[in-house]
Ligand binder design. Structure first.
Ligand code: DHB
Ligand code: FE
Length: 288
C-alpha cells in the first residue's frame, strides 16, 4: 500500500504591518484605534484552532533585517531547525521561537530548484515582523506556535522585485513539491504583506481601497488574469510598498484549482483601513 503524501489544505493571505505586532505585544488590542482590526481576525484565530496544520509554508518578505543590502536573494527558503524573532531596532518581539521543518524544506528546495526556480538555501536566519505579525494575527499569543513553519523570503524591498507572473508560476511549482513529499503532512501556504501602502516620497500615506478590493476579488476568482498585472501597476495603484502583494500570488498559485482541481472555498474575507500607514487585507481559502 502506498502511503499518502503531503497536501495543501488551505491558503491564508494577510498584511503584516509592524504596528500590529507592537499593539499585541503592549496589550493595546482593545484600544479604539485597533478594535475593529483585531475583531476581523477573531474568526481566523478560531478557524486556525479548528484547522491546525502540521506545517505553514509562510511566504513573506524580510525588511533588510536578515538580508542587508550586501546580499539580496530574490527567493530564499528557510531550512533550519528554528528561527529566532529578529531585533529590528527596539529588541526582538516577545514571541515564541519559530520551529522549522528542515526535512520538508529540503525536499521543497530540491523539487523547486529542479523545476528551474533558483532558490537560496538559508540555514540560519532571524525572522522579522513580515513573518511574526501574520503568525500573531492567526494564532494569538501562545507559549509555542501551534505548528512548524517554513519561512520563504521574497525580495520586494530592493528593486528589481520578481513579477506577479513569476510568483504565480513559483506557487505552482511549490504545490508540486509539497504533493510529492511522501509523508501525510497537512500544509497551509500563506501569502503575506500588502495591501496598498507607500512609506516614502511624495505619495507617502497612499491608500487605494478600490484597487485593494479589486485585487481581493481577482485573487479569489481570476488569479491567472491577476498574475499578468505588470510591476508598474502595483507601484502606481498600490504604492511603492504595495508591491509586497506579489507574494500573495505565490500562495494562490499553489491552490488546487490552478492545477485543474476544485474551486477553493472562501472561508473569510476582511479589509480594514487604517493600520499605521497600511491598508490591511485578509483572506482564507480552503481546498476542497
Ligand atoms: C508599515 C508597513 C509595512 O509593510 C512595513 O513593512 C513597515 C511599516 C507601516 O504601515 O507602517
Ligand atoms: Fe512590509
Amino acid at each position: 500500500m502506498t502511503k499518502p503524501n503531503a497536501f495543501i489544505s488551505a491558503s491564508v493571505y494577510t498584511s503584516h504591518v509592524p504596528a500590529i505586532g507592537v499593539a499585541i505585544d503592549l496589550g493595546n488590542t482593545e484600544q479604539a484605534y485597533w478594535q475593529a482590526l483585531f475583531k476581523g481576525y477573531e474568526p481566523s484565530k478560531q478557524w486556525m484552532k479548528e484547522n491546525k496544520p502540521d506545517v505553514v509554508f509562510l511566504v513573506y518578505n524580510d525588511h533588510a533585517t536578515a538580508f542587508s543590502l550586501e546580499m539580496i536573494p530574490t527567493f530564499a527558503i528557510g531550512c533550519a531547525e528554528e528561527f529566532k524573532s529578529a531585533d529590528e531596532g527596539w529588541g526582538p518581539r516577545p514571541v515564541p521561537v519559530v520551529k522549522g521543518h528542515p526535512e520538508l524544506a529540503a525536499h521543497i528546495a530540491q523539487s523547486v530548484i529542479q523545476q528551474d526556480f533558483d532558490l537560496t538555501i538559508v540555514n540560519k536566519m532571524d525572522v522579522d515582523h513580515g513573518l511574526t505579525v501574520p503568525l500573531s494575527l492567526m494564532c494569538g499569543e501562545p507559549d509555542a506556535w501551534p505548528c512548524a513553519v517554513i519561512p520563504f523570503a521574497v525580495n520586494v524591498v530592493q528593486y528589481p522585485a520578481p513579477s506577479g507572473r513569476r510568483c504565480f508560476e513559483l506557487g505552482k511549482a511549490i504545490r508540486k513539491a509539497i504533493e510529492s513529499y511522501d509523508r501525510p503532512l497537512n500544509v497551509q501556504i500563506w501569502g503575506t504583506g500588502g495591501m496598498s501602502h507607500q512609506l516614502q516620497g511624495a505619495r507617502a500615506g497612499l491608500i487605494n481601497k478600490e484597487f485593494d478590493n479589486a485585487f481581493l476579488d481577482r485573487l479569489i476568482a481570476d488569479p491567472d488574469g491577476l498574475a499578468t498585472m505588470p510591476h508598474i501597476d502595483y507601484v502606481r495603484e498600490a504604492g511603492s510598498e504595495g508591491i509586497e502583494l506579489v507574494m500573495w500570488l505565490i500562495a494562490r498559485g499553489a491552490m488546487a484549482d490552478v492545477a485543474g482541481g476544485a474551486t477553493p472555498k472562501l472561508v473569510h474575507r476582511f479589509y480594514h483601513v487604517p493600520a499605521s500607514n497600511t491598508a490591511v487585507g485578509h483572506l482564507i481559502l480552503e481546498n476542497k
